[in-house]
Design a protein around this ligand. Structure first.
Ligand SMILES: C[S@@+](CC[C@H](N)C(=O)[O-])C[C@H]1O[C@@H](n2cnc3c(N)ncnc32)[C@H](O)[C@@H]1O
Length: 183
């Protein structure tokens, strides 16, 4: 996996350029910014720093780590500011930091953690965070065609219900002057 991400570093951000992801990304960015505002953040597997850049607009300070130097060198080009430190480190063997962080971030990472290493990773990550720290993990779920069709049908039904409610409300309204119309 190390080699895979080392080689893919320069193409990695294309993942975020797929038009179908646009609306999800807008929502997720807003969600993330509100959760890191004014707080200190430790990020593991930061990659090219896509989410680091988003968080950097609001966080007090971020230490973003990844075990590959190549993606981090792309993050350097983002000019994230003096409050962001980029560090090469293994998610399972991070250095001890001077302070514990208020927020932990690990995006598109959980699916890389083998089931038998989950406890190890979480304990290690938690050891670098404050006791009541917030843990933020954005990840991807595969949604098959059938599921998409079902969602589409549900959305259509919902808007149909809304439409019918509106019609009923219009019919119930007395004829004559429209609301707010002066005589
Ligand atoms: C799917 S990418 C996610 C990058 C970034 N968090 C994002 O959401 O765009 C996974 C990243 O995990 C890093 N990685 C894989 N194993 C790691 C490990 N044991 N320790 C630290 N980073 C690791 C890879 O170098 C790669 O940059």
């Amino acid at each position: 996996m190390k080699e895979y991400y080392r080689q893919r570093a320069s193409q990695y951000d294309r993942f975020y350029e797929v038009p179908e992801r646009y609306h999800d990304l807008v929502g997720l960015k807003a969600w993330l910014v509100e959760r890191v505002r004014g707080r200190t953040v430790l990020e593991v597997a930061a990659g090219t720093g896509y989410w680091t850049e988003v968080a950097a607009t609001a966080a007090e300070a971020i230490t973003a780590t990844d075990y590959n130097h190549e993606p981090l060198s792309i993050a350097v080009d983002r000019r994230l500011g003096p409050h962001v430190t980029l560090l090469t480190a293994d998610a399972y063997a991070m250095p001890k930091f001077a302070c514990r962080f208020e927020v932990g971030m690990a995006h598109l990472w959980w699916s890389h953690v083998e089931r038998q290493r989950r406890q190890e990773f979480l304990s290690h990550f938690a050891s670098r965070l404050q006791p009541q720290a917030t843990l933020l993990m954005i990840d991807q779920t595969y949604v098959g065609r059938k599921m998409l069709e079902r969602r589409g049908r549900r959305a259509a039904q919902k808007s149909d219900h809304r439409h019918r409610r509106l019609l009923r409300a219009c019919r119930a309204r007395p004829r004559g002057r429209a609301a707010g119309q002066r005589g």
